[in-house]
Design a protein around this ligand. Structure first.
Ligand SMILES: Cc1cc2nc3c(=O)[nH]c(=O)nc-3n(C[C@H](O)[C@H](O)[C@H](O)COP(=O)(O)OP(=O)(O)OC[C@H]3O[C@@H](n4cnc5c(N)ncnc54)[C@H](O)[C@@H]3O)c2cc1C
Length: 394
């Protein structure tokens, strides 16, 4: 029961004070146990790296990610400069640029960064949600993976080096544009045209869903003129020396889509009108290579980021349920709330373990399939699909 009070004393402060102190790694025994279980002999090294990295994500970048996730800070386009030059500038908040620089400077894809360290750091990063970081990180991972397999020219090797090791402290960022207006899943139905003009390949046509539009490079599917087979290209957003001059590489950003979520990151519609493109792999194996390598990384990230998002969501929901009262009782003591949070926690833990486990034994897949949690199903299904697709295409 309560009496009227014109100065309603309700406050979130106790919850927020707790939340501001949570270290995503040091305060999460489950992820520590997962690292210890799965990383084998490397675990002490990985554990140390995670403990060093986690405060940056948990405090500094979390605050930035919170700040930029408001409608007032949505990125927007400036199409022309003051002197009538088409620039197609994507304007993003300064905080985003600072965080992006700091995150990519971690050199996640460098030869010097052990694979397990990269995975744990990505898990921690993905607890920020999208934040204009998650999509470009996974796209860069896919770009690096495809180039590691196929980079055979000075241009492609320079791009690979920019993304992996950085150039003068600046790390290249990747994107991947497959979807066209007539269908996203159906990549073989792509109609974007690639034309060999002299020594260079150039692209003509449109892509309809281009996320991480600010990236330095995009992996793009297109059909060479006269061919029904899709080829794969890497397209720099600016040719060397042109980024500072804001001269894009033969394309325009026609529109950025109005999104309900993940709006810190732009998703654009693009028209190519002669963009210089570097072929990657055999011209008739574009679908095989993009699915087998690039999309496999994206799909595994869907699982890893699902695990990370759930981990943070359930941690915060659980704490809040210990502080919030309704009908004279702390809500976490209502059996249905308690059970729901327990279910969510188990789903987050199963998904995390699934994302860290190097191979799925049959038993785990059975447990996943019995689970009613869609995201957990996703992981095993995507994993199976990825394995099948790898088998089919590689
Ligand atoms: C916010 C956002 C950002 C995006 N960013 C990018 C990006 O950066 N790069 C990029 O390339 N794409 C991007 N996409 C596009 C996205 O990947 C596509 O939406 C997706 O591939 C599905 O394509 P579609 O929407 O054209 O649906 P369709 O291909 O038309 O499919 C619609 C539905 O049909 C059914 N279906 C289709 N094919 C099959 C099949 N083979 N078997 C069974 N059922 C099927 C499924 O139910 C499917 O959901 C983005 C999309 C969104 C919403």
């Amino acid at each position: 029961m309560s009496y009227p009070n014109r100065n309603n004393p309700y406050t979130f402060d106790e919850f927020l004070e707790w939340r501001n102190e949570v270290d995503f790694y040091a305060d999460d025994p489950f992820i520590q146990a997962a690292v210890k279980t799965y990383t084998g002999e490397a675990w002490q090294e990985i554990d140390r790296a995670a403990r060093g990295f986690s405060p940056k994500v948990s405090f500094r970048w979390k605050d930035i990610a919170d700040n930029i996730a408001v409608p007032e800070k949505r990125p927007y386009m400036v199409y022309f400069d003051a002197h009538n030059h088409r620039v197609d500038r994507i304007v993003r908040p300064t905080e985003t640029l600072i965080m992006e620089k700091e995150v990519f400077s971690e050199a996640l894809f460098s030869n010097k960064t052990p694979k397990w360290e990269k995975l744990v750091k990505m898990f921690l990063l993905y607890q920020l949600g999208e934040a204009c970081i998650a999509c470009p990180v996974t796209c860069t991972e896919g770009l690096v993976a495809i180039l590691e397999q196929f980079a055979d020219t000075p241009e492609l090797n320079a791009i690979l080096n920019h993304c992996k090791e950085g150039v003068d402290g600046d790390f290249g960022i990747g994107a991947q544009y497959l979807s066209e207006i007539q269908g996203g899943s159906d990549v073989p139905a792509n109609v974007l045209e690639a034309v060999k003009e002299g020594d260079a390949w150039r692209l003509y046509g449109t892509k309809f869903f281009c996320s991480a539009t600010h990236a330095d490079y995009a992996v793009i599917t297109a059909k060479p003129a006269g061919s029904e087979k899709v080829a794969l290209f890497v397209v720099p957003s600016w040719l060397p020396g042109n980024k500072e001059k804001e001269i894009r590489n033969g394309y325009t950003i026609d529109r950025i889509k109005w999104k309900m979520g993940t709006s810190e990151l732009t998703t654009a519609e693009i028209t190519y009108n002669g963009a210089v493109a570097y072929p990657v792999g055999p011209l008739d194996r574009g679908v095989a290579n993009v699915v087998g390598i690039v999309l496999t990384y994206s799909r595994l990230t869907v699982g890893l980021s699902g695990a990370a998002n759930m981990t943070r969501a359930v941690r915060e929901a659980k704490k809040y349920s210990e502080l919030r009262d309704a009908f004279g009782l702390t809500i976490g003591r209502f059996p249905m709330v308690e059970a729901q949070i327990r279910d969510m926690e188990h789903a987050a833990q199963r998904t995390t373990a699934g994302a860290f486990k190097p191979k799925f034994p049959q038993q785990s897949i059975c447990i996943f399939l019995k689970s009613k949690v869609i995201v957990t199903k996703w992981i095993s299904l995507y994993w199976e699909q990825a394995q099948q697709l790898k088998g089919l295409f590689l």
